[in-house]
Write a protein that binds this ligand. Structure first.
Ligand code: 5GP
Length: 112
C-alpha cells in the first residue's frame, strides 16, 4: 500500500516541494506546527526508523544534512527542531520515514 508520501514523490498528490534529488525529497508540511515546518523523506519507502538498515546510513545522513541546509535557507539558523516519530507510540501517522524540521518559533521541552 502506497503512503501519501509515495504519492507525493510520484506527483500523484500535490505538495510544496523545496528540494529534490535522486535520493530524497523535502516539502512543506500541509498542517504546519510552526511558521516553518517541512519534511525530509527518502525516496525509498522505509516504513519506520526500526526498519533502517546498514544500507540506509548514507541516505539518513543525507536527510539530516539537507534538513540543516534547508533550515538555514528558510531563515531558521538561529534555532530549529528536528523530529522523527517512530510507530504509534512515538506519534507516527505516515508509515514512510520522515524528518520534521520546525522553526521560527520558540520550542519547548518536553514535547507532548
Ligand atoms: P507523523 O505524525 O507521521 O510524524 O507526521 C506526518 C506528517 O505528515 C504530519 O505533520 C502531517 O501534517 C503531514 N502530512 C500528512 N499528509 C500530508 C500530505 O498529504 N501532504 C503534506 N504536505 N503533508 C502531509
Amino acid at each position: 500500500m502506497d503512503t501519501v508520501f509515495t504519492k507525493i514523490i510520484n506527483r500523484e498528490l500535490p505538495a510544496k516541494i523545496i528540494y529534490e534529488d535522486d535520493q530524497i525529497l523535502a516539502f512543506h508540511d500541509n498542517a504546519p506546527q510552526a511558521p516553518v515546518h517541512f519534511l525530509v523523506i527518502p525516496k525509498k519507502p522505509i516504513r519506520t526508523l526500526n526498519d533502517l538498515t546498514e544500507d540506509d546510513k548514507a541516505v539518513a545522513g543525507h536527510m539530516l544534512f539537507t534538513a540543516q541546509r534547508l533550515a538555514t535557507e528558510l531563515g531558521c539558523k538561529a534555532g530549529f527542531r528536528v523530529v522523527m516519530n517512530c510507530n504509534e507510540l512515538g506519534g507516527q501517522t505516515v508509515y514512510h520515514i520522515h524528518m520534521h524540521v520546525l522553526g521560527q518559533r520558540q520550542m519547548h521541552w518536553p514535547p507532548g
